[in-house]
Write a protein that binds this ligand. Structure first.
Ligand code: GLN
Length: 312
């Protein structure tokens, strides 16, 4: 990028930020008090290119919990640990068309539908290898550190409250245990799942994590390999088909980028071979996706012609 095109990108991001700042629709997540406290005005956008440049506007360095955006990354770790065949036997890749916390299973395969809904994400976390609880947790934290390019911490208050109120996730886990979809120690798997959801990130981190996916698994800022390249397509495929909850079809139709959202208001989107986008704005629509996040990605896709199927 030349200096002029860099400032042109920054200007465009600032313009899009300004346009969506006035959109105050949506509600912050309230299922735990820690998330209900989120500032609905907080709004940051970041974009990271494969040469390691990061463009940022607004509250791009404000920390929030990663929540469901952790799911595709841990899916990648499970693939590395167990291989594609093992993982596919236990978690499918079919969208559900239902909410992220739905309790539905692919009865033919005796498995959760996909790794982006809670049922599939918990089964995915259950596949993360390690000698002990602490070892498995460290491997998960290391994974996110490689993707983000710096050490990340867990929001202890969010974690404690996810753990003490996550009865639905606990019920899903025990149903999976009962149907032999996962094995003991299930309380440990659940604990790791609650912790992975409570990792603190910023929009800047998300952009770099997305750019690492765009860069075939190598972090473009640090140059470190975060994940084996052969699993990148698996990860991006499930983000394409299932990443935006039951808005995934609409999203790929309109925006045309593999993406993942989380209930704290984050969204990551990836243009393979080009760059990664991270947006943060806590107010959510009925499906649980950030309202401004969707708007920003739609605008970016239109202005920079990012739709994967626009390439003729
Ligand atoms: N911690 C939340 C849960 O498991 C994450 C869900 C989400 O971001 N959609 O219910």
């Amino acid at each position: 990028h030349s200096q002029t095109s860099e400032s042109a990108i920054h200007r465009r991001l600032a313009e899009i930020h300004r346009r969506h700042l006035s959109n105050t629709s949506g509600q912050v997540a309230t299922y735990i008090p820690e998330l209900a406290k989120a500032d609905p005005n907080a709004f940051g956008i970041a974009m990271a290119t494969l040469d390691g440049t990061v463009y940022e506007v607004g509250d791009s360095r404000q920390p929030f919990t990663i929540q469901s955006i952790s799911k595709p990354f841990v899916y990648g770790l499970a693939l590395e640990d167990r291989g594609q065949e093992h993982v596919l036997k236990r978690v499918g890749v079919e969208p559900t068309g239902e909410a992220f916390n739905s309790i539905v299973f692919d009865e033919r395969g005796n498995r959760p539908f996909n790794p982006m809904v809670n049922a599939g994400a918990i089964a995915t976390t259950a596949m993360v290898a390690g000698d002990s609880h602490q070892h498995r947790l460290n491997r998960i934290l290391d994974l996110f550190q490689r993707f983000a390019g710096e050490p990340l911490t867990i929001d202890e208050a969010v974690y404690r409250s996810e753990k003490s109120t996550g009865h639905r996730n606990r019920a899903i886990t025990y149903l999976e245990l009962n149907s032999n979809m996962i094995e003991e120690p299930v309380e440990e798997h659940l604990d790791l799942y609650f912790r992975q959801c409570s990792i603190l990130v910023t929009a800047r981190h998300l952009a770099i994590m997305a750019a690492t996916l765009a860069n075939n698994g190598v972090n473009p800022v640090t140059g470190e390999r975060a994940l084996e390249p052969r699993y990148m397509r698996n990860l991006l495929s499930v983000m394409c088909s299932c990443g935006m909850y039951d808005f995934s079809g609409e999203w790929i139709y309109r925006v045309g980028l593999p993406a993942k959202s989380g209930v704290a208001g984050g969204i990551v989107a990836v243009l393979p071979g080009q760059f990664g986008i991270g947006v943060f704005s806590p107010p959510l629509d009925v499906q649980g996706n950030s309202v401004r996040g969707i708007g920003v990605c739609e605008d970016l896709s239109t202005h920079f012609s990012l739709h994967l199927f626009d390439k003729n």
